[in-house]
Design a protein around this ligand. Sequence first.
Ligand code: PLP
Length: 407
Amino acid sequence: MRPPEELRSDFPALSQAAHGHPLAYLDNAATTQKPRAVLDAVRSFYEKDYANVHRGLYDLSVRATEAFESSRRRVADFLEAASPEEIIFTRGTTEAINLLASSAGRSLLQHGDGVLLTEMEHHANLVPWQMLRSLGIRLHFLPVDDEQGTIDWNRVEEIAKKHRIRLLAFTHVSNSLGKVNPAAEICARARSLGLLSLVDAAQSAGHQHLSVREIGCDFLAFSGHKMCAPTGIGVLYGRQELLDLLPPYQTGGEMIAEVRLDQSSWKSPPHRFEAGTPNIGGAIGLRAAIDYLQTVGLDAVEKHTASLASYAASGLASIPGIRILGPRNHRAGIVSFVLDKVHAHDLVAFLDQEGLALRAGDHCNQPLLRKFGLAATARASFYLYNLREEVDRLIEAVEKTRRYFAG
Ligand SMILES: *Cc1c(COP(=O)(O)O)cnc(C)c1O
């Protein structure tokens, strides 16, 4: 990998100051900054090739359609999907999971079926499934045993047998704990029990090598904005034979084969699931982000962010009164922590004064934090452009905040 000091210069937003300090952007689990290659690709598309897609018969629209569909092919190739038809463009992970839950609730899942989730799911992989309760679909949960994020995946079998589970949906990487779940093993287990699987890859896409072929999942969702692409674009991957069984989620233009006043028929996937004018510019930006990340090297990105996180976790651990969540070993690029007697919001407000941008809150993980007796944590999350020196600044600033509050 090119050194992070050098990669930083690809990201215009990172060269700004914050409260008189160089900005240390440590909120990458919420969203990542954008490299010039992505900004340029989007701009160039709007300047040269922009028109609506799948409709026009004139050259410009043909070019826009080709650019949009080539982005789909690029995503398919990135995920090692069997074909571009398995790639549905969405607004992001949230919309992808809502799409799946809503459509599966009317097709793949029957009254009395169960959906198995974990206690560490982001609200985006929890609430859409709760909405299916009115259809008689029941939710079950794999417990998270400790603050390290330990889940006993052996329990899947017993729960599946007892409760007629049909689908297992889990996060690849926990956005609050930095726990990495063994996706391929889990999906193999699901398959052997006859369960469908959904992987929430919002924290792993663009952060490590990610292959649906290797993972062996039925569905996978991610957001472009957490991997250098613009906001408003994301993906639901689904195995072709399953997508064929799903009814539309939204309806309108672009997704229909034939419309009569009293009834209509649908296009085949993926277009069936892309009603209305899609985020064409976003898809172009996503393709540029994938190109950028693959040039940097995803294995190197994974190693770099994990090394920063373990460096941060061990450095922070020496501060009196700190409680660090997440696994001791094999942590993704995320460190959540709380400081005794200092509210997480106060802590990050102090860190902000030092030019450090961190998130404080429940990280859309309320049930999990509640289980640990917490309402909020501070969270540092790293990406390819973060530096060890920023981690040093973080540790120093947390210690300074502690001393301030200790009086
Ligand atoms: C961010 C995140 C989501 C939601 O992604 P959006 O881009 O907000 O739709 C879902 N799951 C996890 C694990 C996340 O980190």
